[in-house]
Design a protein around this ligand. Structure first.
Ligand code: ADP
Ligand code: MG
Ligand code: MG
Length: 211
């Protein structure tokens, strides 16, 4: 069972991993965007982990933790990633309803809801050089594996791999959404920063599931 206390730990893991990659994410965004992606994700994750850590895990449901993270992330981030991740966390909260703690399947559904939320909010399709190119294959891989009887650990191992491959594949794409879409062919050869941070977050979640 995954509790609110576990989710507090998950948000701390994500924030630490994003902080460690902050400068690299800014460099990636500097090549095809405005250079702030590492700062935006670091600020959003930092605000989320603080707000979630302030909850009393004996009182707050997992849904409350996700909704708290959503609000904090949105308030802390002015960049496009703000509303995208706020929607992701809100969808995760809605997916787990008022459950006091989460089964493996409920946690997996929350993860898939994050990916779907990002896609609906940003209206990006796979292949448009955005974070969707990491989130969607990761969610699909995890859901497919779950449907064929894999453990949560195996599902997230596959999700992590799919996210990494999806991120790597953005290198050869032109962008159809976001700032990079104004640069045409010039963005070919560069990884999408949002896909890179997504792969980091999904790897953090996989690490959390392993623990
Ligand atoms: P900004 O471009 O406003 O500075 P960020 O630098 O935080 O925002 O985030 C840029 C990332 O946001 C891009 O690399 C891309 O992955 C993602 N992104 C931009 N627009 C969309 C969209 N419509 N749908 C999904 N992801 C998007
Ligand atoms: Mg940016
Ligand atoms: Mg910006």
């Amino acid at each position: 069972m995954i509790t609110t206390k576990d989710l507090q730990h998950l948000f701390a893991l994500i924030a630490a991993d994003i902080a460690a990659h902050r400068d690299h994410l800014c460099e990636l965004d500097g090549a095809i965007g405005d250079g702030d992606h590492g700062l935006a994700m670091d600020a959003g994750c930092e605000a989320s982990v603080k707000a979630v850590a302030a909850l009393d895990p004996a009182q707050a449901t997992p849904a409350a933790a996700f909704n708290t993270a959503a609000k904090a992330f949105l308030n802390a981030v002015g960049a496009s990633s703000g509303p995208l991740y706020a929607t992701a966390f809100m969808r995760a909260g809605a997916a787990v309803k008022d459950r006091p703690d989460l089964s493996d399947e409920e946690f997996l559904r929350a993860f898939a809801a994050m990916a779907a939320g990002i896609q609906e909010r940003g209206k990006a399709e796979p292949g448009e050089k955005t974070m969707v190119d990491a989130w969607k294959p990761a969610a699909d891989a995890a859901l497919d594996a779950w449907a064929s009887g894999a453990s949560l650990l195996e599902c997230f191992d596959l999700a992590e791999r799919a996210a990494r491959q999806g991120c790597e594949a953005t290198r050869d794409m032109t962008a159809a959404k976001g700032r990079a879409s104004r640069l045409g062919e010039r963005v070919i050869g560069h990884i999408d920063p949002g896909a890179a941070s997504a792969a980091i977050i999904i790897a953090s979640i996989a690490k959390f599931v392993e623990q």
